[in-house]
Structures are given as C-alpha cells and as structure tokens.
Ligand binder design. Structure first.
Ligand code: UD1
Ligand code: MG
Length: 447
C-alpha cells in the first residue's frame, strides 16, 4: 500500500428546501454543534493533509464563523449558484486538479459517519481503486441514489428522480461519501452533464463515466446508521437521537451512571468523570466537564460549566457559561450560576442567583441571595471571601466585596465592602406593639 497524501473536500452549500429554514442546512445543530462542524472535525481525525470546503453565499450572509471549525490550512470555496454536487466539487478544482494523492468527498449533511469508515475508504483507494463509493443497505431507500451493480461491478448510481421502477426497488444506496484517485478526478468531473430530472450536475454520474473509461470503480460498505443524510427536520431529529445514544453509551462506558439515559441530553464534548451520577432529565449544553463522584440531580441545565469532584448539583440547577465549581461544592434547587467561581467546599443551596462573582472556599450562601450584577448598563463583580456566610434573602449590590469570614444578616442589601470577620446587616429596627392587631380588628368590625 502506498502512503499517498489525502485531501478531504466537504460540501455544504444551500438551504435545503425541505428544511424550510433561513439558514444553510449544514448549520443546523446536532449534539451541540452544526452538522458541518461534526464533519469537519472528522476530516482532521483521519490524517488528511489537505482540506477544502465548499459553502454557499448564505454562510457569510448569516454571519456564521466557520473558522472555529476549519482544520488548519483548509481552503474555503463559495458556490454562488447551487447547480448540483458535481458543480459544487468543481468550485474547489484548484485544490484537486493534478493532485498526487487521494481525495475523499464528504457531504456536510451526513454528520454520523465515523472515522474508521472513512479510513476504510482511504484504504480502498490505497489498494488501487480509482473511484470508491461508500454504500449502505437501506431499510427504506427513498430519496437516496441507488448503487447499480452488474456482474459484481459498480456501474452507475441512479438518483431517485431518474430511476426506473426496477431501479427504485434497489436498496443498496449511495451515502454521498466518494473517494477519487487525485490524478483522474478533474477529467471525470469536467465531463459530468446535467441531463437529468433535476437538471443538476450530479457527482454520482462520476461512476458511470469512470466505468466507461475502464477505471477501477468500487463500492465500500458501511452500516446505514452512520450515513443518514439530513434533508428534513425529521431526519435532523433522527440524527440527533442516534448521536445522543452514542454519546450516552460512551459516557456510561467511561464509568458514569445514568438512571434514565434516554432522558439525558448530551453535547459532542460533554465529559463526565468516573462515578458521576446523572439523574433523569438533565441537559448538557456544549463545554461541560463534570469531575469524579459528582451528582447531577434531576432536571438541571448546564452549559459551558466546569465542575470539580464530589459536587452536588440540582435538582433544578442552572449552570450557565463560565460557571466554575470546585470540589465538594453545592448548587442546590433553583440556583442559577453564571460566570462565577465557586471555590472548594462552598455551598449555594437554594433559590439563588450568583453572577459575575467569586464565592470563596467553604463559604455558605443562604436561600434567596442575589448578586445584583447589572445596573442596566454594565456588569459588575461580587467577591465573597473564604468562609463567609451570607444570610438568606440578601442582595449584594455589585461591585462589592464581602471579606473572609464575614457574616451578612438575613434580608440585608449590601452596597459597601464588608471587612474580614465582621457582621453587616441593613434592617429597619425590630418593633413590637402589643395588642395592636386586636384593636385594629375591633375598630374595623364596628365600622
Ligand atoms: C445526495 C446524493 C445521493 C445520496 C445522498 C446521500 C447526489 C446527486 N445525490 O442526494 O445519491 O444518496 O446525497 O445523503 O449527489 N450541495 C452543494 N451544492 C450543490 C448541491 C449540494 O454544496 O449544488 C451539498 C449540500 O449542502 C449537501 C450535499 O451536497 O450537504 C448533498 O446535497 P443534497 O441536496 O442533500 O443531496 P441529496 O438529495 O441528499
Ligand atoms: Mg442530502
């Protein structure tokens, strides 16, 4: 087997009419990132040395920042009019014309494909195929291109709209993943026409041309589950469900317990440590890391939050971007934490908002405490020291500092810094007027 270089080419132009969306189809999310991002991240995993991506003009119009996901050195080409998959590939012609290596084409609407399958495609090329097509046996082939095999040879791919009755009965389908030997690719692509029901330039016609040229055209097979092509919101939901069960199975294989896995929603990058327990109905948005032995109680919502070991989160906790909770911390029911560091052993147990703040080691935040971080124009910081105790129903008006070991009386509105180990409280004086309630009742009854 030769050790040739590898170029990947990802196609992602168009809104996808059946999505009924204003944004490009490949930008729709599964497991916390766009389908395109899933496919792009794979291209780096299979050891490709060169990368090209074809997108539509809508990508820039909708303000999407593709850079975050592009493999290094990737070139982006724009297909201004959507004339079919072969036309899209030709937009990147400069990247593959005369390429001394192998080329793998992927569709951005096929996010479930695995790296090992792409490696199988690369192997087929390295073993001498000029064109390789990734095929699968479909339970329901409707909508997919059919792979037509004669005497064991792949001779053509027929799109649904162009297929005869007998061809429609074929269940061996085109996944969209194509491999080419770089040297033959441009000449084949240039000969593809648009004489078909959609009047589109189909990449799939490369098979018929290659076959007529006497090239070695092969089909590589993979499980259907990996190559679901998303053309509608329904298929998007199916892809999401498959990815979710993969992510959950992986988390459990790494040593996390899920009491009701089907009710837990993960993101592509969720990290759960060993012996983490996740109760039912928990949502992990992107960027969540949970340390060993922590418990995420039912109905909690977490995104871009990092949690240490042995923490106790929820039920009904909301951890927003920038929440960093140390070891043995607690964020109890109806607690919201945003852009805040909760140091080791600190507890925020009930009905509290902590935003733009630090809560020092071992501090205790009582029920109903609010950091008033926003003045209508700017956000300000609240600093709560080590071992401080903030009594229930207090408002901490930022910027403000509660120093180590200080004590805030319940119901206080704290607008000034509080020094170490002192007590601060802002309350009207406590008064009792004996018998007042009885007299009040009598007066009103007579009237
Ligand atoms: C395509 C295949 C079909 C295959 C199916 C697998 C063709 C002609 N048909 O059909 O054989 O079974 O995928 O899911 O290739 N794109 C562009 N520019 C274009 C057209 C498409 O960039 O002008 C991109 C789309 O963004 C998408 C991908 O190419 O990511 C496939 O296009 P789509 O319209 O979804 O093709 P299918 O009808 O699904
Ligand atoms: Mg498709």
């Amino acid at each position: 087997m030769s050790d040739r270089s590898l170029l990947t080419l990802v196609l992602g132009a168009g809104l996808g009419t059946r999505m009924k969306s204003k944004k490009p189809k490949v930008l729709h999310h599964v497991a916390g990132r766009s389908m395109l991002a899933h496919v792009l991240s794979l291209t780096s995993e299979i050891g490709a040395t060169d990368h090209a991506v074809v997108v539509g003009p809508e990508m820039a119009e909708c303000g999407y920042n593709l850079d975050k996901w592009l493999p290094s050195g990737a070139k982006v080409y724009v297909q201004n009019v959507r004339l079919g998959t072969a036309h899209a590939v030709l937009m990147a012609k400069e990247s593959f014309e005369g390429y001394q290596g192998d080329v793998i084409i992927l569709y951005g609407d096929t996010p479930l494909i695995k790296a090992d399958t792409l490696k199988d495609m690369h192997t087929a090329l390295q073993k001498g195929a000029d064109i390789a097509v990734l095929g699968f046996h479909a339970d329901n082939p409707t909508g997919y291109g059919r792979l037509l095999v004669e005497n064991g040879k792949l001779v053509a791919i027929r799109e649904q709209k162009d297929a005869s009755g007998a061809e429609l009965a074929v269940t061996f389908c085109n996944s969209g993943v194509f491999g080419f030997r770089g040297e033959v690719m441009a000449s084949i692509l240039e000969r593809i026409g648009n004489d078909n029901a959609s009047q589109e330039f189909y990449l799939t016609d490369a098979v018929e041309i290659g076959h007529a040229d006497g090239l070695n055209v092969v089909a590589v097979e993979c499980p259907e589950e990996e190559v679901l092509g998303v053309n509608s919101r329904n298929q998007l939901a199916v892809a999401e469900a498959i990815l979710q069960s993969r992510l959950r199975e992986n988390a459990m294989a790494q040593g996390a317990t899920m009491m009701n896995p089907a009710s837990v929603h993960m993101s592509y990058d969720t990290v759960l440590g060993q012996d983490v327990t996740v109760e039912p109905n928990v949502f992990f948005g992107p960027g969540v890391v949970v340390g060993d032995d922590s418990v995420i109680h039912a109905s909690s919502h977490l995104e871009q939050a990092v949690i240490g070991k042995g923490a106790n989160i929820g039920p009904f906790a909301r951890l927003r971007p920038g929440a960093q909770l140390g070891d043995n911390t607690k964020a109890g029911n109806f607690v919201e934490i945003k852009n805040a560091v909760i140091e080791n052993g600190a507890k925020v147990s009930h009905l509290t908002y902590i935003g733009d703040a630090r809560v020092g080691e071992g501090a205790n935040i009582g029920a109903g405490v609010i950091t008033c971080n926003y003045d209508g124009f700017n956000k300000h910081h609240t600093d709560i020291g080590k071992g401080a105790f903030v009594g229930s129903n207090s408002a901490l008006v930022a910027p403000v500092k509660i120093c180590d070991g200080a004590y805030i009386g319940s119901g206080s509105v704290i607008t000034k810094d509080v020094e170490d180990d002192s007590l601060a409280l802002t309350r009207a004086e406590f008064r009792v007027i004996s018998g007042w309630a009885k007299k009040h009742k009598e007066r009103n009854t007579k009237e």
